[in-house]
Design a protein around this ligand. Structure first.
Ligand code: GLA
Length: 633
C-alpha cells in the first residue's frame, strides 16, 4: 500500500477509536447519529427568568409569570417549561458539596425538620399546575453572572469553594440532585466557567474565584479545545440519562456558538445556543437569527438550533414596537427555535400576549415534521424563508431586515410549487386569504415579517427534495476540517461594551457547513454551468444520513460544484441504504457534467450519501447532490 501523506490522512478524516484503531467516519453505519434522547420531538416552549429579571429572580416572580401563562391560555397552547436561570444558588456546602438555595428568594424551598433546603416543593407546585420545571447550571466552577454581574448582590456568597456552584467536578452529584431529588425536568448548561476564569480574569485576581484555564474562547476557535468541551457536555448528558432513564428531560447547551458547537450540538443535546445573548435591540435579533438561519440541516426532531430566548416585552420588542415583536416571533417559529418567553408576564400587555399566543404561528414551530425553514431568497436586506410542514403545506416568511419598505415578488417556484397552478396563502396575523398563480406582489415594511401558510401543487409531484426536509437529513460528517467563523452573520454595532474595543468581529465557526439549496459558501448550486434550484451543498469527504419515510426511489444529479477551487481532485459519490452500497458514481472532477444516480430504496429506512476524495483540502472542494429527492410512496 502506498504511504499516504499526512494531509491526505487529514482530509479523509481518519479518527482514532478508544482502542487505538483507525475508523473511517465516511463508512456507512446504517443508523441515525443525531441526538434523539430527551423529550424534544418538537422545540421546547415555555418561559425563562433571565431576560426579565437576570439574577434578581425569586419565587414570586416565577410563579406570577407561570400563573399568567395558565390564565391567559398560553399553557394550553403549548408553553410548558418554567425555567429558572442564573441567580438561584446561595452556595455549595463545602462539607458534602451539596448545593444550597437562596431560601430568602425561594421560600417554598426552606428546610423542614432539620433537613437541607430543597426545590422539591417548588417543582411539585409547578408540576401540579401542569408545567415542567427547568434549572440552570454552568459547565465550569462558576456561572456567567459570577463572571459578568456588575454587583455582588445576587451572586453566591461565602468562601471561594463555597461560591463554586457550577458542574465542574460535581457532574454526577449535581445532576442527581436536580433530576432525581429536586424533580427538575430541564437543564440549561452555560459555559462561562470554561471561558472567563483564566488566571488574569478580574474575579480571579480579586480572590473571588479559583482560576480554571480556559478551554473555550467565543472569539477564537483556534484558542478552543473542542474535544475537551464536547467531552464535558457528553458527561452531563450521560449523567442526565442515568438520573432520568425514562427520557423525560430537556438538555439545553448554552455555549453561544463557541467551540464550533453549531456543527456538533445536534449529536449531544436537545437544544443548543447558536450565538451570544439576545438583547432587546434590533441589531442583536439579527445577529442571533443569522447564526441559525443557514443551519437548517443541523437541526432535527430531538436537536434544535437555539438563537436564544424570546425578548418580546422589552426595548425594540415592546408594545410600542409591534412590527418588531411580530417579526421576532414569526422568525423564531420558522427557525424551529425554542419558544421561551423572556418577559415578566405579570405586566405584559395584551397586544404582546396575543403575539405569543398566535396558535397558527405556534403550529408552524411545533409541526411534527421538524423541518427548520430554509432560505429561498437570500440577500442582506430581504429574505424569503420556506418551511415544509408535515401535511405538505408550506410556511412562508418574507423578512425585511432593512430600513426601507420593499416591494417583493413571491414566486410559486420559491415554494417548489408549480407556477401554472394556484397557490393559496393565509396571512397568519390577519387570517386574510389570497390566491395567486406564478407570482404575487407583496409590500413589506421595514423590519416587518409577513408570514403565511401556503397550499399549492407540488412541482415534484410524488415526493420531496431533501432540501425540503432538513429535519430528516443529518450531516453526520460535514467535511469541515478547519472551522472558521462565518463572515456573513450580522455584526451589530452595539455590543456588550458599547463601542469600546475593536467592534463585533466574525466569531461563529461553521462557515462552509452543509446547506439546503445552496453551496457551502453561499453560491447557487451549479455543476458544469448547470444550476440546481434544489439540492444539498456540502464539502467533500462528507457523509449525510437521510431518514426514508417509506419512499421507493432516490434520485440525484451529483458532481463537483462550480464554486470549488480544487479543479483537479476526483470525487466519488456513493449512496448506501441501511449500510449497504446501492449506487456509486464514476470519479468526478470540476467541470465534468453531473452524473445521475437513481436507486430503488423500497423498504430502506436510512440512506447515507457519501462524497469521498483523496483531495488535500476539503474546504476547496464543494460538492452538490443536485435535485436529490425521495419519491414514490
Ligand atoms: C449567559 C447565557 C444567558 C444567561 C446568563 C446567566 O450569558 O447565555 O442566557 O443564562 O448567562 O448568567
Amino acid at each position: 500500500m502506498k504511504r499516504m501523506t499526512a494531509t491526505a490522512c487529514a482530509a479523509i478524516l481518519l479518527v482514532s477509536t478508544a482502542h487505538g484503531q483507525q475508523s473511517d467516519p465516511l463508512a456507512p453505519t446504517g443508523s441515525w447519529s443525531a441526538y434523539t434522547q430527551g423529550k424534544a420531538a418538537t422545540p421546547p416552549m415555555g418561559w425563562n427568568s433571565w431576560n426579565a429579571f437576570a439574577s434578581a429572580v425569586d419565587e414570586e416572580k416565577v410563579m406570577g409569570s407561570a400563573k399568567r401563562i395558565v390564565e391567559s391560555g398560553l399553557a394550553s397552547k403549548g408553553y410548558r417549561y418554567i425555567n429558572l436561570d442564573d441567580g438561584w444558588a446561595a452556595q455549595r456546602r463545602v462539607a458534602d458539596g451539596h448545593l444550597m438555595i437562596r431560601v430568602d428568594k425561594f421560600p417554598s424551598t426552606a428546610a423542614r425538620k432539620g433537613k437541607t433546603p430543597s426545590f422539591k416543593p417548588y417543582t411539585d407546585k409547578l408540576h401540579a399546575m401542569g408545567f415542567k420545571a427547568g434549572i440552570y447550571s454552568d459547565m465550569g466552577r462558576n456561572t456567567c453572572a459570577q463572571a459578568w454581574s456588575a454587583t455582588d448582590t445576587d451572586l453566591p456568597k461565602g468562601s471561594v469553594p463555597e461560591r463554586e456552584v457550577g458542574l465542574h467536578d460535581f457532574i454526577d452529584q449535581d445532576i442527581a440532585l436536580y433530576f432525581r431529588d429536586w424533580g427538575f425536568d430541564y437543564i440549561k448548561v452555560d459555559g462561562c466557567g470554561l471561558r472567563d476564569f483564566g488566571p488574569n480574569s478580574a474575579k480571579v485576581k480579586a480572590g473571588q474565584a479559583r482560576a480554571l484555564t480556559p478551554i473555550m474562547d467565543l472569539g477564537a476557535i483556534s484558542r478552543t479545545d473542542v474535544p475537551a468541551v464536547q467531552d464535558l457536555f457528553r458527561q452531563v448528558g450521560a449523567a442526565i440519562m442515568r438520573n432520568r432513564p425514562n427520557g423525560d428531560f430537556i438538555y439545553s447547551l448554552c455555549i453561544w456558538g463557541a467551540a464550533n458547537v453549531r456543527a456538533w450540538a445536534k449529536d449531544i443535546g436537545n437544544t443548543s445556543r447558536t450565538s451570544d445573548d439576545i438583547a432587546p435591540a434590533w441589531g442583536r435579533l439579527v445577529v442571533n437569527y443569522d447564526s441559525a438561519v443557514h443551519r437548517a440541516l443541523y437541526a432535527h426532531p430531538g436537536s434544535w438550533n437555539d438563537p436564544d430566548m424570546l425578548h418580546i416585552g422589552a426595548g425594540d420588542f415592546d408594545a410600542d414596537h409591534l412590527t418588531e415583536a411580530r417579526s421576532h416571533f414569526a422568525l423564531w417559529a420558522m427557525l424551529n427555535a425554542p419558544l421561551l418567553i423572556g418577559a415578566d408576564l405579570r405586566k405584559t400587555p395584551d397586544a404582546l400576549m396575543d403575539i405569543l399566543g398566535n396558535a397558527d404561528i405556534i403550529a408552524l414551530n411545533q409541526d411534527a415534521a421538524g423541518n427548520q425553514a430554509t432560505v429561498a431568497y437570500d440577500s442582506s436586506d430581504l429574505q424569503i424563508l420556506i418551511k415544509t410542514l408535515g401535511n405538505g403545506d408550506k410556511a412562508v416568511a418574507v423578512f425585511n431586515r432593512g430600513s426601507g419598505a420593499m416591494d417583493v415578488s413571491l414566486q410559486a417556484t420559491q415554494l417548489k410549487y408549480r407556477d401554472d397552478a394556484p397557490v393559496e396563502l393565509t396571512d397568519l396575523w390577519t387570517k386574510k386569504q389570497t390566491r395567486f398563480t406564478k407570482d404575487t406582489k407583496l409590500r413589506v415594511a421595514p423590519r416587518e415579517t409577513l408570514i403565511f401558510r401556503a397550499r399549492g401543487t407540488r412541482a415534484l409531484a410524488d415526493g420531496l427534495y431533501l432540501s425540503e426536509q432538513p429535519g430528516k437529513v443529518n450531516p453526520a460528517v460535514d467535511g469541515v476540517t478547519r472551522p472558521i467563523a462565518d463572515p456573513t452573520i450580522f455584526r451589530t454595532a452595539y455590543g456588550w461594551g458599547g463601542t469600546h474595543g475593536a467592534g463585533d468581529r466574525p466569531q461563529y465557526a461553521g462557515w462552509g457547513g452543509a446547506r439546503a439549496d445552496s453551496a457551502p459558501y453561499g453560491q447557487t448550486l451549479q455543476i458544469a454551468r448547470k444550476t440546481y434550484q434544489s439540492g444539498i451543498g456540502i464539502l467533500v469527504n462528507s457523509r449525510l444520513e437521510v431518514r426514508n419515510d417509506g419512499y421507493r426511489r432516490f434520485a440525484t444529479q451529483v458532481g463537483v460544484d462550480d464554486s470549488a477551487t480544487d479543479k483537479t481532485s476526483a470525487v466519488t459519490f456513493t449512496v448506501y441504504g441501511d449500510g449497504k452500497r446501492l449506487a456509486e458514481s464514476r470519479p468526478l472532477k470540476w467541470g465534468m457534467p453531473a452524473e445521475p444516480l437513481d436507486v430503488d430504496v423500497s423498504g430502506i429506512k436510512l440512506l447515507e450519501l457519501v462524497a469521498r476524495s483523496n483531495a488535500t483540502e476539503n474546504e476547496a472542494l464543494s460538492v452538490t447532490w443536485g435535485e436529490a429527492a425521495l419519491t414514490g410512496r
